[in-house]
Design a protein around this ligand. Sequence first.
Ligand code: NAG
Ligand code: NAG
Ligand code: NAG
Ligand code: NAG
Ligand code: NAG
Ligand code: NAG
Ligand code: NAG
Ligand code: NAG
Length: 489
Amino acid sequence: MLPEALLSLLWAALAAAQQRTTLPLNAVTPVSPTTNTPAFNLPVSSSLDITITLCPDPGTSPPRFFVNNASTGVTPSSSGGDNVFEIPLLTGFGNWTGLFPQGGSLAVENVGQTAFEIGVSDSGPLHESLAIPPLLGDTTSNQALLFSAPFGTLDTTKPSWPNYTLPSANLTQQPPPSNIGNYTVFIETTSSATDAALRPPACVLRKRQSLGRVANTTVWQRDWAGWRTQWMIEGLTASTNYTAYVIVDNNKVSGPIHFTTKSASFSCPLVTGLSFCPTASYAMPLPPPPPPATFYNGNNFPAAISKTILSGLTNFTTSLQTFACGRDEYSPLVSCDDCQREYRQWLCTALLTRCGEPSPSSPDAFTSPVPSPTQTGIAVNDNGDSDNDDNAPQKVFSALVPMSSGSPQRNQDFPPMSTDYRVLLPCLETCTAVQRACPYFMGFKCPLRRFNAHASYGVGYVDSGKDGVEGGGAVARAQDLYGNVWCNA
Ligand SMILES: *[C@@H]1O[C@H](CO)[C@@H](O)[C@H](O)[C@H]1NC(C)=O
Ligand SMILES: *[C@@H]1O[C@H](CO)[C@@H](O)[C@H](O)[C@H]1NC(C)=O
Ligand SMILES: *[C@@H]1O[C@H](CO)[C@@H](O)[C@H](O)[C@H]1NC(C)=O
Ligand SMILES: *[C@@H]1O[C@H](CO)[C@@H](O)[C@H](O)[C@H]1NC(C)=O
Ligand SMILES: *[C@@H]1O[C@H](CO)[C@@H](O)[C@H](O)[C@H]1NC(C)=O
Ligand SMILES: *[C@@H]1O[C@H](CO)[C@@H](O)[C@H](O)[C@H]1NC(C)=O
Ligand SMILES: *[C@@H]1O[C@H](CO)[C@@H](O)[C@H](O)[C@H]1NC(C)=O
Ligand SMILES: *[C@@H]1O[C@H](CO)[C@@H](O)[C@H](O)[C@H]1NC(C)=O
């Protein structure tokens, strides 16, 4: 027999336990500020991921969350005790993973006026700040081409001797996984007040209105990182700074990234979805696509341009296969498939001309200094005069070359443009990657940095300009998360 006092305590605990909600497994429970139930039971499970998200953004005095993973019905609190843990919050987000063999309980202190969500899951956290940001393809004056972070696992089996088969010139996309999840893009104008590093939780983003209109959503295998959801956003405003997020499965947020729409006079349309050049998703100097299309894809892209690229790739592949790929090795690191992949990437960036505008953080790249009319290429830290003083300007300029209307295009399969435009040159690294990956007998040579490389390539952005130290360039990348694109990679 238990003493009476203990019995009544037990009954009180049981009564309290019965009134409590048990948080559902693998679901997110929103809790509004008016709810006066600060304690919940947790389901029995070998292991649970508990995640907390404050909505809206963290207030001055955020609530505190405590779990007990030994018994249901008790109210874990800041006074601690055995099996009581606090879920620490960092910028409005908290997570805790533990064992719940007898279930458990969760209590909230200092709840105030803050709404929040509790996610309980036995198969990975439901709220998450995803580490990999979305990717900007390119923009026009009123469109943006955006990609989610890559997902899924591609079949990356390498070909082998004696059946060393290289992908055909017109690549085939691998079929995407069936359960790709729910990817939603969210766009807002960049407010200078917003701390770029802070991302609003999904519960806050879901209540706001995303700008623009999603004109097309496709799943695209852009490269070997995996598939990405691709969005064509239309109805944006020219010369405006935007911030984009991707909400994954309702509660996880990837981003932010920032981008700027082009000026109203920008006349190059967007191109994407070319199976033979899957990474080419940017504005090209072409006439407007045939209506009602608002961008080019594999179906309406000019056949004359595709034909040369496919023929070039086929010829290169034929020459490459005169080598006994897979039986003989020309390098301990790379093989014919790497060579073909890098050559494809180089050929695509070289033949699919990219249009650009000065990056938003260096808007005067073209007014000061003015490049001379004979100048054919611009390198990072090249101030436009003929000497090679690499230390003059403080800003990094994109590798842009002005082109006047009616002049022959760099790739003559492109018809002349009826307006002025600027070409964004390929990064020199697209060329050096081919040299590194291909056998010497293919005779593929890149122009020298110190000689004429600047005429056709952006030099010194990714790798250093003088000696080509990998990643030693001025910005160490072709594009950043702020919408700057330095050269075409
Ligand atoms: C959980 O929170 C810790 C810091 O409290 C953090 O390092 C970790 O990445 C978080 N895990 C997830 C899945 O977000
Ligand atoms: C509670 O979780 C902690 C952390 O995972 C674990 O070390 C402890 O054994 C758990 N308690 C019980 C009773 O399972
Ligand atoms: C060679 O490999 C390709 C693709 O990997 C495959 O489709 C083909 O059936 C193989 N041929 C032989 C003879 O094994
Ligand atoms: C490439 O292949 C796709 C199908 O995978 C086809 O729709 C397209 O027309 C082909 N492109 C060219 C230029 O042959
Ligand atoms: C989106 O574009 C793809 C190819 O670019 C096309 O196959 C698909 O039909 C388009 N979807 C819509 C809804 O327009
Ligand atoms: C996908 O996510 C969005 C935003 O979180 C939501 O509005 C939509 O209902 C979800 N769709 C499905 C099918 O779950
Ligand atoms: C590919 O080879 C064929 C036959 O030798 C040739 O006619 C064609 O011009 C070559 N293509 C390119 C892009 O060089
Ligand atoms: C857009 O952002 C850039 C910096 O990235 C800034 O210099 C510029 O003033 C912003 N433009 C507008 C219209 O806010």
